[in-house]
Write a protein that binds this ligand. Structure first.
Ligand code: 4NP
Length: 163
């Protein structure tokens, strides 16, 4: 029997240098931990084009490194074709979600797009991962905490979609 096509997930923020590369790295480490790396392919992207080709922000890399996670992505801008191709696209905040809703049909948006923090067990109604770019180190740590606790429920959801 031919192996089934891997599930493709993409994390999307504004610049693709802070929040979504962290989510990509944390989710990747979880997927490797569970031995699912051949079944789940992980991407990240930004809705903006300003940082295309750049590595993750040095402050985000330092925060991740302290937790044992290396961030190796290069920034890219999300395209309509990516949303059609991927199985699940998670927006880090509501403005990222809205920007992607303009790229595809309402039907495609409803099928593929979700807010990252809709999976956060501690979201308590706040569905945005705050943008840490213009703030201090505490903001990067806060983003790490949100991403770290939210990736396991996302993996549970992905596994349920693969069955
Ligand atoms: P990200 O953070 O969306 O989490 O990658 C930002 C990075 C860059 C900018 C804004 C947010 N910027 O304005 O350049």
């Amino acid at each position: 029997m031919a192996p089934s096509k891997p599930f493709e997930i993409c994390f999307v923020c504004l610049g693709n240098i802070c929040r979504s590369p962290l989510a990509e790295g944390v989710f990747q480490s979880l997927v490797i931990d569970k031995g699912l790396e051949n079944q789940i392919i992980i991407h990240s992207a930004g809705t903006g084009h300003w940082h295309v080709g750049a590595p993750p922000d040095a402050r985000m890399q330092a925060t991740a490194r302290k937790k044992g996670i290396q961030l190796t992505s290069r920034a890219q801008q999300i395209q309509a074709g990516d949303i059609r191709r991927f199985d699940l696209v998670l927006a880090m905040d509501q403005s990222n979600l809205q920007a992607m809703e303009y790229l595809v049909s309402p039907e495609m948006a409803g099928k593929k797009l979700r807010l990252f923090r809709s999976f956060d067990p501690e979201a308590d109604g706040d569905l945005d991962v705050p943008d840490p770019y213009y703030g201090g180190d505490a903001g990067f740590e806060h983003v790490f905490q949100i991403v770290h606790r939210t990736c396991p429920p996302i993996l549970d959801f992905v596994k349920s979609q693969m069955e």
